[in-house]
Design a protein around this ligand. Structure first.
Ligand SMILES: Cc1cc2nc3c(=O)[nH]c(=O)nc-3n(C[C@H](O)[C@H](O)[C@H](O)COP(=O)(O)OP(=O)(O)OC[C@H]3O[C@@H](n4cnc5c(N)ncnc54)[C@H](O)[C@@H]3O)c2cc1C
Ligand code: SF4
Length: 344
């Protein structure tokens, strides 16, 4: 048995001090739905757990410019069902509710969701090597069982995918992650928060070990409110991670053409996958299946299967088209269809 010290941070300064004192051995814990599993499997071995649940980061508020500020400690369920989330970005609520189970969403925090680790089965099996778990040990997934693995942005060192649904919507919505350490505060653009594996797959994100996520900021998204969709394709209808998921949002002008579009993919790469140049192909065009297919082709141009997961390339292509068609027809959130203009 590995002994673990536990402390409950009474305030933000105490939490930051505990994390920065870290000899690499302290980790903060929020809902515990991922970290405790990793500890039970002997994959995470923190010497000290800093419980941050008493910190004042559990609110969901609007920002001055009409965006949203999501506390890192707000629970995924509270976030998904919050009236402000429904009003400002139903896409986010839909993505969260596509993930995990009601019980897990009740515990899981927003900050923890961003930092959940890959579900690569080799990563979870301490009996085999894994570059993400033990840098330099090798990657048995390459040439192994790859049904869940990446088709985009992989490297010779790791082909794992990021498992979050919430993060796919946050990537589409151009969110930023607000973090704090004893050195001060900084804001990380969502596109820069998660990393591609490169030759350092052990590092999932650009967050430093002594940094605490305090909030996630979603910029004003009213333009996409009436036309968004989250489509998740998986092996079971619920309680399963995405093989492919798509967060799609359209801003349609009065003449019916596309003013702006966002498409982010989940289940296909080490981070939520976006390609603004692919999105720009749709600007000024009519929202038709033919035009959506052009975006899909551009998004998947560099896709490469690993064998078992070759099916993901045509699956992703069809999913992108379907998600955009669904978005064009009008947002359906957890309360039903959102009529155009109804929430303005
Ligand atoms: C069976 C199962 C099925 C699941 N299915 C899905 C799914 O389909 N889709 C999906 O998206 N997710 C799924 N999840 C994952 C779930 O959403 C995550 O486990 C959860 O969001 C993690 O949040 P947490 O608060 O419990 O994090 P914790 O387990 O407490 O922490 C996770 C990591 O984040 C760090 N951390 C937490 N908060 C902060 C902070 N504020 N600042 C800095 N570091 C922090 C911790 O140190 C730790 O490293 C599933 C989980 C389980 C167990
Ligand atoms: S894909 Fe990544 S996480 Fe999976 S075994 Fe290879 S190095 Fe480890």
């Amino acid at each position: 048995m590995t002994p673990v010290a536990y402390e409950r941070a009474g305030d933000v300064q105490a939490a930051l001090a505990a994390l920065s004192a870290a000899d690499d051995g302290a980790r903060c814990i929020a809902g515990g739905t991922n970290l405790i599993d990793l500890m039970k499997e002997n994959i995470a071995r923190p010497e000290r757990l800093v419980d941050i649940n008493g910190l004042p980061f559990d609110r969901i508020e609007t920002t001055e410019d009409g965006g949203l500020r999501l506390g890192a400690l707000a629970r995924n369920a509270d976030t998904a069902y919050h009236p402000l989330v429904r009003e400002h970005c139903p896409l986010l609520g839909a993505a969260i509710l596509a993930g995990a189970s009601p019980q897990i969403r009740n515990m899981a925090s927003n900050g923890g969701n961003l930092l959940q680790r890959t579900r690569c089965h080799y990563f979870y099996d301490v009996g085999v090597p894994c570059n993400k778990r033990e840098p330099g040990s090798g990657c048995p997934a390459i040439g192994g069982l790859t049904r869940q693995h990446a088709i985009l942005g992989a490297s010779d060192h790791c082909i794992a995918t990021h498992p979050s649904d919430m993060c796919v919507a946050l990537a589409a919505l151009d969110a930023t992650v607000q973090v704090r350490s004893q050195r001060g505060e900084r804001s990380i653009a969502f596109a820069d928060f998660h990393r591609l594996p490169g030759d350092r797959p052990s590092q999932d994100t650009t967050l430093a070990p002594d940094e605490l996520i305090t909030h996630i900021v979603v910029p004003p998204a009213a333009a996409f409110r009436a036309h968004s969709a989250y489509l998740k394709l998986r092996d079971r209808a619920s309680y399963a991670f995405a093989l492919v998921s798509v967060a799609a949002a359209l801003d349609l002008s009065e003449d019916g053409t596309v003013r702006a579009v966002r498409v982010a993919l989940g289940g296909v790469a080490h981070k939520p996958w976006r390609l603004p140049e692919a999105e720009s192909l749709l600007v000024g065009a009519r929202p038709t299946a033919e035009h959506f297919a052009l975006v899909a082709d551009a998004l998947l141009r560099s896709a490469q299967g690993q064998g078992d997961n070759d099916f993901k390339i045509p699956l992703a292509r069809r999913a992108i088209v379907r998600a955009l068609e669904t978005a064009a027809a009008g947002t359906v959130d957890n309360q039903g269809r959102v009529p155009e203009g109804a929430l303005q």
